[in-house]
Design a protein around this ligand. Sequence first.
Ligand SMILES: Cc1ncc(COP(=O)(O)O)c(C=O)c1O
Length: 475
Amino acid sequence: MPAQFQYVSLANEIQDKIASGQYRAGDRLPSLRKLHARARLSISTVYQAYIELEKRGLVESRNKSGFFVKARLHGEQAAPKLKLVEPVPKPVNVDALAKVIVEKISEPGIINLGGAMPDPSLLPIKQLTRELKSVSGEDMARLLSLYEHPAGSPELRREIVRRTTGTAKRGMVDEVIITQGCLEAVFLCLRAVAKPGDVIAVESPTFHGLLQLIEDLGMKALEIPTDPQTGISLPHLKDAIDRISVEACVFVPTFQNPTGGSMPSEAKEELVELLGERDIPIIEDDIYGDLYFGETRPATLKSFDRRGMVLFCSSFSKTLSSGLRVGWTLPGKFTERVIRMKCNTNISSASLPQHVIAQYLKNGAYERHLRRLRNLLKNNVANMSLALREHFPADAKLTMPQGGMLVWVELDERVDSFEVYKVAEKEGICFLPGLICSTSNRYRNCIRINCGGTLTPKVDQGIALLGQIIKDFQH
Ligand SMILES: Cc1ncc(COP(=O)(O)O)c(C=O)c1O
């Protein structure tokens, strides 16, 4: 074969191995010398093949480290589509079922495709432990003996504003309230803007934790059709708020739970304008916003808000530690009310976790950690998605998230994912069945898969077994 074609056939061979999952996203290709010896080709032919693969967008060279397989999150794969159902306010009744499932997800030893978490090995546990151990005796005495301010540690509030805006602007620091995780932030904001019996608009499907809050607060959920690619359907939302008195909205517009989908920036701006004009507050849950796979962070609803009607909520649970229970909210014009709620609920959040995170943010390590985490999650999502496509029925439709860690799978209408769940659970595999992501039994044939973990051989086998269980239900 002429020399100029040898590099092309080598590139094709490697491309096939990438497509079949033999080489996975994040894997390092063999060194030029190794492959030169193994394939009996000149080093320059191997090098040309790698450059060819780089041109095809399949690998990337990293300074002095070699060539690595790139994560590919685009493809011709069919994606789940928006379910067009007319929004009707409904009392929520998902708590009992969600509790059973969430307890299962926390069991050790299980192949856990159910939680929404990065693999613990991706988190900077050692660095956080170091920060904890370096707290001086004097600081420790103060942190353990005094209540924190109800709005939270001034140091942490400054750091949160500094990392979102570049400077610690006074007005914004005053707006930040530290909470015990993002869910407490949403809980306080919901109580600040609505009361029992009120109608709250949510995405459909949505995060079951938000439905459970609405249920506990005796409110009603109004599900607005949401497309994994284009986000909340603005025509449906507009039509719903024309017909129904909606007191507030709780949306996760960026790397949404459960679909992993995001709303484009222009649609986010339109959404803020539409609801702002009607004086309807939006609680924005942005817990996955920092975990983008692209070049830049997606815009928040908060960034388009000129009226103080967006109550922004987030936490460090998906990026640093869920156990430290540190989240925050910037509730716009409802700040005073939310501080009062926080104070009257539990006085303030624990001071030691706030101190540890503030020190970690101050030394700049957080941004470095986030850059690494995004890269690793992107690889994990690409590899897990490939395994899902390989083992699940060919007509399964998967979302392709551009951030976060969640993939939503729509199965054949005949498959009841809760029945699949019961069989899979006995085999030691856990995932989130779609029916708890809605108040109306709408997503029985859907499942949410956590792709935050590494695709180990054990996880791959678990996905294969789950795929087989689903296929059995289909026949
Ligand atoms: C959208 C969303 N909001 C809130 C939470 C809970 O966050 P936290 O643990 O910080 O309370 C989760 C956890 O999965 C989530 O997915």
